[in-house]
Design a binder for this molecule. Sequence first.
Ligand code: FE2
Ligand code: FE2
Length: 224
Amino acid sequence: MYNPEKFAAVEDNFIHIHGALVRDLARIIEGGERLFFESFPRFARILKAHTQLEEELFFPALEERAPGATSTTEAPHRELEDHLAQLVAWSEGTGFLDFNRVQERLGGFQRELECHLIEERRVVMPAMMENFSAEELWALDGRIMEFCSPEFMEEMMPWWFIHMDLAGRVAVGGNMVAGVDEGFVPVLAQWISDGLDTGAWLELVAQVPALGAGSTRVQVQVAG
Ligand SMILES: [Fe+2]
Ligand SMILES: [Fe+2]
């Protein structure tokens, strides 16, 4: 049965990060050679961290409750990792021959990634909601920061908010504000606003006012 509280506790990881990864990769592919060298390494770091989070935090917890629930993700994770490593090497100039070959590989990688993300949403996300209470899901979500360095968060958060539409930003921003200590909200607001222009930031804060409460940027903008 649909439970909005459980949905909110898993949507960031199974819908909104996936959406941002798909968008960014499409942008990179469209952007040709220049964007590949400029943006693929960051995309790769974020996808890698996402996979690691699944394999070290979410999936072992789910396997304990529902053995086999994540088995269909294993082979795709390994394949994606291999193909990602090849593309990263090329993006760093190692063994790079010609961009047509890169583009071919990027297209294949995009199809592989999209299939995998759809499968996680179709199979793993419902299993998470079925096997954990809302409190347990929030507790798992609250452990994400243990797996990410502040430097990584500083890079990932603006990237994430750039590659979401307003509905996604409102959902993720709202979930985050609800999940962190009040004292941490200004840091969160800084990371998020770093990626957005003033109009987009104000649009977000209008719908998630708690996010603006600790931010100097919104006060300056409103006052000005
Ligand atoms: Fe995955
Ligand atoms: Fe995923």
